[in-house]
Design a protein around this ligand. Structure first.
Ligand SMILES: CCCCCCCCCC/C=C\CCCCC/C=C/C(=O)SCCNC(=O)CCNC(=O)[C@H](O)C(C)(C)COP(=O)(O)OP(=O)(O)OC[C@H]1O[C@@H](n2cnc3c(N)ncnc32)[C@H](O)[C@@H]1OP(=O)(O)O
Ligand SMILES: Cc1cc2nc3c(=O)[nH]c(=O)nc-3n(C[C@H](O)[C@H](O)[C@H](O)COP(=O)(O)OP(=O)(O)OC[C@H]3O[C@@H](n4cnc5c(N)ncnc54)[C@H](O)[C@@H]3O)c2cc1C
Length: 664
C-alpha cells in the first residue's frame, strides 16, 4: 500500500530518542542539518537518478557519471555551497567518479607536500576545477612496495627540467582512478635522480592532457585499464594506465615540502621526515575508516528493515508467520554488525581528531606522533574495511534470496566497497606495518621510553602478563574495565609472544617474515582493542537524549563481547580469561541482543538515510517491499518484450529439432 508505513509498529517500539541519536551519529546538530539538507537535495533531483546503473553498458555508464559530475559542480556553484556542503552533496551522489580522486587525493597531495609557492599556484586551479587531477603512484609491477617503483624522474641541469620516463612495461602507472580518460594532471610518484644518484620516490605534478583539446601531451600514452568486478559498481571510474617517454616538466613541479632540487641540481632535504611523502595515504586511510561506518550502516539498515518485514515459519492460531528478525540466529548475525557500524563511526571520529592533531604538530615541527598516526590509520583502515566488506556480504545473506537481486542495493554496495581492502594499502601489508610498530614499542620498553597513545598499555606489560579477569557473573562483562582488561591483556600477550619468538632469530627481518601470521594476529588484536577503547571513551562524554547513552552502552558491549566470543581461542590460549568467563560473556551477549531487538529499527533510522541514498527496495523506509519488488521486476529490459531477442533465432529451431527427434 502506497503511503502506508509498514514499519510503524516497529518504530513505535523504540525506547530511545531517535532524533537525538541522529545527532550522535552525524557528529553534531550542525553536521546532521547539513547532511540532511544535502541528501534531500540530491534525492529530489531526477538528474541524480541511479536506479538504472546495473543495466547500463560501460560507455553509457561512464558518460552518465560525467554528466552527473558536471551537473553536481553546476549546482554547487549555483547554490553557492560551502566546501562542507559541496563535499556532502558529492558523497550523496553516490557514484565513484574521477572527482573522488581529484578532491580526495590530488588536492590533499599538493596541500600536504607542496611548498607555499606551489600551493599558491596549483590549489586555486584545482579548487576551481580548471584542472582535474589524479594520484598516480601504483605501477603494473609495483603497488604495495612503494620503494620499488620504477618510473624515473631525472633532473636535467641544462634545461632546468625533470625528464620523466617509464623504462619498462612494469613501470607503467596502473590503477590510478580518474587517470584513464579524464584527468588533465596527476601527482606522479617516481624515483628522483640527480647527477646519477637515486634519491628514492618523490611526487611531481605532471600535466597529462592538453587543456585545449584533451589529447595526451607528447610522450604520454594513457588509457583505461578495463572492466572491473561487478556490473555498474566501480566501473563508473576510469582507472588508468600511463606511460612516459622522456616527458619534460619544469623543476618547480617537484612537490618540494619534504625535499627539493636546486637550480644547480643539488638535492636538499628539509627538516621534515622523509615519510611525509607518504602523507596523502595517511590522510586517505583516515577518511576510509569513517567511510567504513557509512558503508556498513547502509548494509545494516537494509538488512534490519527487511528482517522486520520478512516473515518465515511459526504461523499459529491465525497469526502471521514470525518476523525473521525475531530469530536468535538472525539477531546474532545482524546486531554485531549494527554495533560495528556505531563502533567504526566513533573510532573514525577519534582518528580524525588524531590526524588533525598530528597536522597541527607538524606545523610546529613536532613529528613525534607521526609513527602513531601511521600505525593507527594503517591498522584501523585494515580492520574496518575487512569487517565492512564481510559485513556487507553477511547482510546480503541475511536478506535471503532477495538480497541477491540488484534492486536490494547490496550487490552493488559490495562490489563498490570490496576494493577498499586493497586500495590505499593491502590490508595484510598494513597490519604488518602495525606489527612493526608494536615490536618496536616492545623493544624500546627496556630503554625507559614510555609508550604513549594507543600503545600506552604496553607500559603496563608486566602487570598485563599476569592479570586475570575477575568476572564472576554474566553482568560483570558490562563493566567497561572488565572488557578493557581482557582486550589489553590479550593484545599485550600476543605481541609479547611475537617479540619473544622474534628474539630467537639472528636476522630480525628473517624472523619477521617467518612469524608474519602471528604478527598479523597480534596487530589485529591491538586494533580491536583501539576500537573497543574508543567506543568506551565515547561513552564517557555527555550524551543527551532519552535512552541514547544506555543504548550505546548496549552496542558497545555487543561489539566487545561479540569479538571476545569470536576470538575466544585467543583469550583462552593467552590465559586472559577462563572458559567459564568465556561462556558468561556469551550469556551476556544473548541478553544484549534482546535489548537491541525493540530498538533495531530506531537504531538504523538514526543513520538518517534517504531511500535514494540506500537505493534498496528491501531497505525502503516504509517497508513496502513486496509490491515494489514486483513492480521493479517488470522494468527489467528482458521484460520489454514477451518473447526475448534470440528466441526465434536459437531456441525455436532447437525446440523444433528436439520435437522432430522425439517423433522419429
Ligand atoms: C553503491 C555505491 C556504494 C558506495 C559506497 C561507498 C564506498 C566508498 C567508495 C569511494 C570511492 C572512491 C574513492 C576511493 C579512491 C581510492 C583510490 C585509491 C588510491 C590508492 O590506492 S593510492 C596508492 C596507495 N598505495 C599504498 O597504499 C601502498 C602501500 N604501501 C606503503 O604504504 C608502503 O610502501 C609501506 C608502508 C607498506 C612500506 O613502505 P616502506 O618505505 O618500505 O617502509 P618501511 O621500510 O616499512 O618503513 C619505513 C619507515 O616509514 C614508516 N612509514 C611507512 N609508511 C608511513 C606513512 N604513511 N606515514 C608515516 N610513516 C610511515 C614506517 O613505519 C617505518 O618507520 P620506522 O623506520 O620503523 O620508524
Ligand atoms: C579500485 C582500485 C583503485 C585504485 N586506485 C588507485 C589510485 O587512484 N592511485 C594509485 O596509485 N593506486 C591505486 N590503486 C592501486 C592500489 O593502491 C594497489 O593495488 C594496492 O596498494 C595493493 O598493491 P598491489 O596491487 O601491488 O598488491 P600486491 O602487493 O601485489 O598484493 C598481492 C598479494 O600479496 C600480498 N603481499 C604483498 N606484499 C606482502 C608482504 N610484504 N607480506 C605479505 N604479503 C604481501 C598481499 O597481501 C596480497 O595478498 C587502486 C587499486 C584498486 C583496486
Amino acid at each position: 500500500m502506497e503511503g502506508v508505513d509498514h514499519l510503524a509498529f516497529e518504530r513505535n517500539k523504540a525506547q530511545f530518542d531517535v532524533d537525538a541519536m541522529k545527532i550522535v551519529w552525524a557528529g553534531s546538530s550542525h553536521a546532521l542539518e547539513v547532511s540532511d539538507r544535502m541528501s534531500r537535495l540530491v534525492a529530489s533531483d531526477p538528474a541524480f537518478r541511479k536506479d538504472n546503473r546495473a543495466m547500463l553498458g560501460r560507455k553509457e555508464l561512464f558518460k552518465n557519471t560525467l554528466r552527473k559530475a558536471a551537473y553536481a559542480l553546476k549546482r554547487i556553484i549555483e547554490l553557492r555551497l560551502s566546501e562542507e556542503e559541496a563535499s556532502m552533496l558529492r558523497s550523496f551522489v553516490d557514484e565513484p567518479a574521477f572527482t573522488d580522486l581529484h578532491w580526495g587525493m590530488f588536492v590533499p597531495a599538493i596541500k600536504g607536500q607542496g611548498t607555499e609557492e606551489q600551493l599558491k599556484k596549483w590549489l586555486p586551479l584545482a579548487q576551481k576545477m580548471q584542472i582535474i587531477g589524479c594520484y598516480a603512484q601504483t605501477e603494473l609491477g609495483h603497488g604495495s612496495n612503494v620503494q620499488g617503483l620504477e618510473t624515473t624522474v631525472t633532473f636535467d641541469p641544462k634545461t632546468d627540467e625533470f625528464v620523466i620516463h617509464s623504462p619498462t612495461l612494469t613501470s607503467s602507472k596502473w590503477w590510478p582512478g580518474g587517470l584513464g580518460k579524464i584527468s588533465t594532471h596527476a601527482v606522479v610518484y617516481g624515483r628522483l635522480i640527480t647527477d646519477g644518484q637515486d634519491h628514492g620516490v618523490h611526487g611531481f605534478i605532471v600535466q597529462l592532457r592538453s587543456l585545449d583539446d584533451h589529447l595526451p601531451l607528447p610522450g604520454i600514452t594513457v588509457g583505461d585499464i578495463g572492466m572491473k568486478f561487478g556490473n555498474g559498481a566501480y566501473n563508473t571510474m576510469d582507472n588508468g594506465v600511463l606511460r612516459f617517454d622522456h616527458v619534460r616538466i619544469p623543476r618547480d613541479q617537484m612537490l618540494m615540502r619534504v625535499s627539493r632540487v636546486t637550480r644547480e641540481g643539488k638535492y636538499v632535504q628539509s627538516n621534515v621526515p622523509r615519510q611525509l611523502v607518504y602523507g596523502t595515504m595517511v590522510y586517505v586511510r583516515q577518511t576510509i575508516v569513517s567511510d567504513a561506518s557509512t558503508a556498513l550502516s547502509r548494509a545494516v539498515c537494509i538488512a534490519t528493515r527487511y528482517s522486520a518485514v520478512r516473515r518465515q515459519f511459526g504461523a499459529t492460531g491465525g497469526n502471521p508467520e514470525s518476523q525473521v528478525i525475531d530469530y536468535k540466529t538472525q539477531q546474532a548475525r545482524l546486531f554485531p554488525l549494527l554495533a560495528s557500524a556505531y563502533a567504526f563511526r566513533f573510532v573514525g571520529e577519534w582518528l580524525k581528531w588524531l590526524y588533525t592533531d598530528v597536522m597541527t604538530r607538524l606545523q610546529a615541527n613536532d613529528f613525534s606522533t607521526l609513527p602513531e598516526a601511521h600505525a593507527c590509520t594503517a591498522g584501523l583502515k585494515s580492520l574496518t574495511t575487512s569487517a565492512t566488506s564481510d559485513g556487507i556480504e553477511e547482510c546480503r545473506k541475511l536478506c535471503g534470496g532477495h538480497g541477491y537481486l540488484c534492486s536490494s542495493g547490496l550487490p552493488e554496495l559490495f562490489a563498490v566497497y570490496v576494493p577498499t581492502c586493497t586500495y590505499e594499502g593491502d590490508n595484510i601489508v598494513l597490519l604488518l606495518q602495525v606489527a612493526r610498530h608494536l615490536m618496536k614499542t616492545i623493544s624500546q620498553l627496556g630503554s625507559g621510553k614510555k609508550p604513549v597513545g594507543t600503545v600506552a598499555y604496553m607500559g603496563r606489560v608486566e602487570q598485563l602478563m599476569e592479570s586475570r579477569s575477575d568476572v564472576q557473573k554474566a553482568e560483570d562483562w558490562l563493566n567497561p574495565s572488565a572488557v578493557l582488561g581482557a582486550f589489553e591483556a590479550r593484545a599485550a600477550r600476543k605481541s609479547v609472544a611475537c617479540a619473544k619468538n622474534l628474539s630467537k632469530f639472528s636476522n630480525p627481518e628473517e624472523g619477521f617474515l617467518e612469524l608474519s601470521n602471528d604478527l598479523v594476529e597480534a596487530a589485529r588484536a591491538h586494533c580491536q582493542l583501539i576500537v573497543v577503547s574508543k567506543f568506551i571513551d565515547k561513552l564517557q562524554q555527555d550524551i543527551p537524549g532519552k535512552g541514547v547513552k544506555q543504548l550505546l552502552e548496549v552496542l558497545c558491549s555487543i561489539y566487545a563481547l561479540f569479538h571476545l566470543h569470536k576470538h575466544l581461542g585467543d583469550f583462552l590460549s593467552t590465559g586472559c580469561i577462563t572458559s567459564k568467563q568465556g561462556s558468561l560473556a556469551n550469556d551476556q551477549l544473548r541478553s544484549l541482543y534482546s535489548q537491541v531487538r525493540p530498538n533495531a529499527i530506531g537504531l538504523v533510522d538514526a543513520f538518517n538515510y534517504t531511500d535514494h541514498y540506500l537505493s534498496s527496495i528491501l531497505g525502503r523506509y516504509d517497508g513496502n517491499v513486496y509490491p515494489k519488488l514486483y513492480e521493479e521486476a517488470w522494468k527489467d529490459p528482458l521484460n520489454d518484450s514477451v518473447i526475448p531477442d534470440g528466441f526465434q533465432e536459437y531456441i525455436r529451431p532447437m525446440l523444433k529439432q528436439q520435437l522432430r527427434n522425439a517423433r522419429l
